[in-house]
Ligand binder design. Structure first.
Ligand code: FES
Length: 306
């Protein structure tokens, strides 16, 4: 797990397994690779680097961009397999040309999927981190096989090219299976606040005296953690569970009118919970909040009528 300090510079938590001059065990390879990648992607922690990451993560889209882009190579290469089959059976040049074009389109999509996937993976915590590395390496191998196939086809070794792309498709299919495991088993990219239930009517969740100014405070409503903030004479409330990987936002820090997650530094607007900086892509559910009779009360934010 990592932690980025203000200004976007990377600060990793102390790791008992970290390599040391006295021969202590090295961190696992997936962790070392992740550190290198994270450092490269964050560069100097500049706002431009953060903007680029926001784009690659899909913060602007409200969904992981990687998940959208993976459809392109998988779809294009599936079409290529079908066209290769038709070419084999019917021996028509149009099918061969269309198959080659589909492989080319898939390669372009795979480049986008690879860049966005690596960006997402740089913030994935164990146990999904290693699975994500295998998923990525398999995808890169499958892409290399399709690129080789295209070269062979251009060099008139069509039969060999078809065999290589069939291998590539098998590798990509297994990589997609692992990607599914990451999402459905390890909940990577899933909104961690999904399913949390907040009260329809105002309920007291904390004595007012226990909410200090400018101090993110966690309280609980029916097993669901709620973040309370009193800042500039105003009260704010939102789900305390970070939508990205479930960190407690109450352990984060306030920057202007936003809360910064302690795990991967996603920044959420206190006003409406929208994501100002990723890697989170899903907004935080916000609550209505008021002080009554010495108590802080919250309820589900009303949805404006259309
Ligand atoms: S848990 Fe990753 S940004 Fe909050």
């Amino acid at each position: 797990m990592e932690n980025r300090a203000a200004g976007g510079n990377d600060v990793k938590e102390a790791d008992p397994n970290r390599a040391s001059p006295n021969g202590a065990p090295q961190p696992p390879v997936d962790e070392r690779l992740q550190r290198i990648l994270d450092k490269a992607l964050y560069a100097d922690g500049s706002p431009e680097a953060q903007k680029l990451r926001n784009f690659l993560n899909g913060t602007w889209l409200g969904e992981p961009l990687h998940v959208v882009l993976t459809d392109l190579p998988v779809g294009a290469w599936t079409v290529a397999m079908v066209l290769d089959l038709l070419d084999l059976v019917l021996d028509r040049r149009e099918f061969a040309l269309a198959a080659d074009a589909s492989i080319g389109i898939g390669l372009v999509g795979a480049a986008g999927a690879a860049v966005t996937g690596m960006t997402d993976w740089s913030d994935v915590d164990p146990p999904a981190r290693r699975l994500g590395l295998i998923h990525g390496l398999l995808n890169l191998s499958g892409t290399a096989l399709f690129a080789t196939s295209l070269l062979l086809r251009r060099k008139k070794s069509r039969r060999s090219g078809c065999i290589v792309s069939a291998f590539g498709y098998a590798v990509i299919a297994y990589a997609a299976h692992l990607g599914g495991k990451m999402v459905y088993e390890h909940r990577v990219g899933i909104d961690r606040t999904d399913g949390q239930v907040f009260p329809d009517d105002f309920v007291a969740v904390l004595p007012e005296s226990q909410l200090a100014d400018d101090t993110p405070t966690r309280t609980i409503y029916q097993d669901v953690p709620v973040l309370l903030v009193r800042r500039g004479g105003r009260l704010f409330a939102m789900a305390d569970t970070c939508s990205h990987f479930g960190a407690s936002l109450s352990e984060g820090r306030l920057v202007e009118n936003a809360i910064v997650c302690p795990y991967h530094s996603s920044r959420f607007d206190l006003e409406d919970g929208c994501v100002l900086d990723g890697p989170a892509v899903h907004p935080q559910p916000c609550l209505e909040v008021r002080a009554r009779d010495g108590q802080i009360e919250v309820r589900k934010a009303s949805v404006p009528s259309p």
